[in-house]
Design a protein around this ligand. Structure first.
Ligand SMILES: [Zn+2]
Length: 135
């Protein structure tokens, strides 16, 4: 993988990685739930499993993610649709992430819940929104 620092951030913010999700991946606290959401998407793109686990609330965090498991998705883009504070230390972020697995395009439309503890935002859980029915 190429060094991402000086290239466009994978989250689609139009900023360079070093000025966007890079500092968060290096340990800086996310300024808000939407920024954390973006940095987690970027971490999926870049395969930074440790960051995904570190920003996952302990109450819902899986032991591991198995990002290496085949077939790996190829992430195509992120669109943050909505960001709302639902309390002093809680927020939701609605987003659409597009990806491709084994040549087939998929669209993940999710409303994620985030909480802030001791100044840091954590991903808690997500619910699919308006997904096509799957049989
Ligand atoms: Zn970014």
């Amino acid at each position: 993988m190429t060094q991402p620092s000086a290239s466009a951030c994978p989250c689609g913010s139009q900023r360079v990685y070093a000025d966007c999700c890079g500092p968060l991946h290096d340990g800086a606290p996310a300024p808000g739930a939407a920024a954390l959401m973006r940095s987690r998407y970027s971490a999926y793109v870049l395969g930074i499993e440790s960051y995904l686990l570190a920003t996952w609330h302990p109450s819902t965090r899986p032991a591991r993610l198995d990002l290496e498991a085949a077939p790996a998705p190829r992430w195509l883009g992120l669109e943050v649709k909505r960001h709302a504070e639902t309390g002093p230390d809680a927020a939701i972020v609605e987003f659409v992430a597009r990806y491709r697995i084994a040549g087939r395009a998929h669209r993940l439309h999710e409303v994620s819940r985030f909480v802030r503890e001791a100044g840091r935002w954590y991903y808690v859980s997500g619910e699919f929104a308006a997904s096509p029915a799957r049989s």
